[in-house]
Design a protein around this ligand. Structure first.
Ligand code: ZN
Length: 246
């Protein structure tokens, strides 16, 4: 795959020194992590509630065991590996070109790929916190137990992910806003940009290199300086390969 769009993106990246990447679920689907919003047919057979209900704070509190049944089965992919998109972004950071990765995913794959500056808007499944004493536990505390995971103090452990009904972390949102405001290039990938806060955040971008990489159309397409309708892994994998070759 080598199109005029890819060539353009490569040029933009070569001339940039403050790239910010904003990614959604599509970045992780290529690592085999499905977007829970595109729930498969099995879903309705196996669960009594829609995912938005089961992933809400009130459901977590009132139906903790059922929450964890769903969460362990549908939300956790401990064996998932970073794909070409994660690796390319980590490389761009190492080259000093990319300042921040802002992600809506909770799988920790950007960190696994080696990215250091990752702003996780929705938290991380790799961290789990006792609601009573605030002790932090790794993912294994969830994957290697059944039922409701409990802290040594007897408190219930909650994944450090933002559930529905919960506010986003104000500090992380501020950092994300500032990063986008300061960016010379903003690359947005793997998100349909329908979900808050994605759509709002990109309004802070002031530059003239807004790049959208998404397989389908988004409501923000008209603001983009470059649109690439392709898999994010393919595009970024190819770019990083080319930058290295030259
Ligand atoms: Zn505790």
């Amino acid at each position: 795959m080598s199109s005029p769009e890819i060539k353009k993106l490569k040029e933009i990246i070569e001339n940039a020194n403050n790239i910010v990447f904003f990614g959604g679920a599509g970045v992780s689907t290529e690592s085999g992590i499905p977007d829970f919003r595109s729930a498969d047919g099995l879903f309705s057979e196996r669960y009594k509630y829609p995912p938005e209900t089961m992933l809400s704070l009130s459901f977590f509190k009132s139906n903790t065991e059922e929450f964890y049944r769903f969460y362990r089965e549908k939300m956790l992919y401990p064996d998932a590996k970073p794909n070409d998109a994660h690796i390319a972004l980590a490389n761009l950071e190492q080259q000093g070109k990319l300042k921040d990765v802002i992600t809506q995913n909770v799988d920790g794959l950007h960190t696994k790929a080696g990215s250091k500056n990752v702003l996780e808007l929705h938290g991380s499944a790799l961290r789990n916190i006792c609601m009573t004493c605030k002790e932090i536990y790794p993912l294994e505390k969830i994957t290697q137990t059944t039922g409701i995971p409990l802290c040594g103090c007897g408190g219930t452990i909650k994944p450090d992910v933002i559930l529905y009904e919960e506010a986003l972390d104000a500090t992380i949102m501020q950092k994300a806003t500032k990063a986008i405001y300061d960016a010379d290039v903003l690359i947005i990938g793997g998100t349909s940009l329908n979900v808050y806060p994605a759509a709002g955040l990109i309004n802070y971008y002031r530059g003239n290199n807004l790049i959208l990489i998404n397989k389908s159309e988004t409501p923000q397409d008209r603001y983009a300086d470059l649109i690439i309708r392709e898999s994010i892994g393919k595009v970024l994998g190819e770019i990083i390969l080319k930058v290295k070759e030259d």
